[in-house]
Design a protein around this ligand. Sequence first.
Ligand code: NAD
Length: 268
Amino acid sequence: MAELAGRVALVSGAARGIGRGIAARFAAAGARVALIDALPDVHDVAAAIRSAGGMALSCCADIAEEDELEVALAGIEEEWGSVQILMNNAAVMPTGPLHETAIADFERCLAVNLRGTFLLSRAVIPGMLAAGRGCILHMASVTGLLGLPGLAIYSATKGALIALTRAMSTDYARYGIRVNSVSPGTIDTPMLHDFVAAQQNPAELLRQFAEMHPLRRIGQVEEVAEVCLFLASDRASFVTGSNYVVDGGLSVRGEQPQDESQLNTQES
Ligand SMILES: NC(=O)c1ccc[n+]([C@@H]2O[C@H](COP(=O)([O-])OP(=O)(O)OC[C@H]3O[C@@H](n4cnc5c(N)ncnc54)[C@H](O)[C@@H]3O)[C@@H](O)[C@H]2O)c1
């Protein structure tokens, strides 16, 4: 089903992980997809999408740097015109207790997760206003809703993106621009594997991450991409200002007894 046929979609952080999955899914749905990432691998990802019959172009740029973004966006616009769908996905995740966080790591996290989102949104909104329609998606996280250990600064940026979604949706609804966010639980990506690899027992930690989700596993990139496709499509034409949680039930889970098999949860 080519439900994004003719649309130009920009995906940040598309060289790997969730962004790569979203770019591939949008392209499979017929969109012309512009991939931006700080990693040069982004060019290989775009080439793979083209080999699969999709339309993709790639830009290697740091989304926190206005000059680099300007060059990237000018190239996209020259090739395809205005962006109709913006997926603000790129992020970095400093970890550890707040009092041990270096100021440079704090500032980098704000620069990528918030400034980059601001810069990209600011750049594409005039084209959406001129067209009288558009769709902006922010990749938030369940950490914007829940307290999870060692992620204070990252969580603060994700909570800010959820607030930004609400505020932007009210500013732009009257112009036909929908703004929504997506909050994944733990998803199988390089970001996750980099994080667990730095811990004492990565395999055990991955097992525990799976166990803490009521669906008893971590999520896959495609499961997040599917929700993003829905939100970007006309199927979500009356959806704006929402935060879609894609977390295997994690955020509705309260404290559980250690041994759930002792609970009588079957119908008698
Ligand atoms: N993996 C998870 O469990 C999980 C859970 C919740 C939310 N998320 C969010 O999903 C999004 C994608 O995460 P992921 O797990 O795929 O991460 P990832 O680290 O695997 O991929 C992120 C991509 O963003 C790019 N990037 C980072 N900084 C950039 C910058 N300044 N300019 C351009 N590109 C930059 C990286 O090079 C990388 O390709 C992020 O917003 C993340 O916070 C991830």
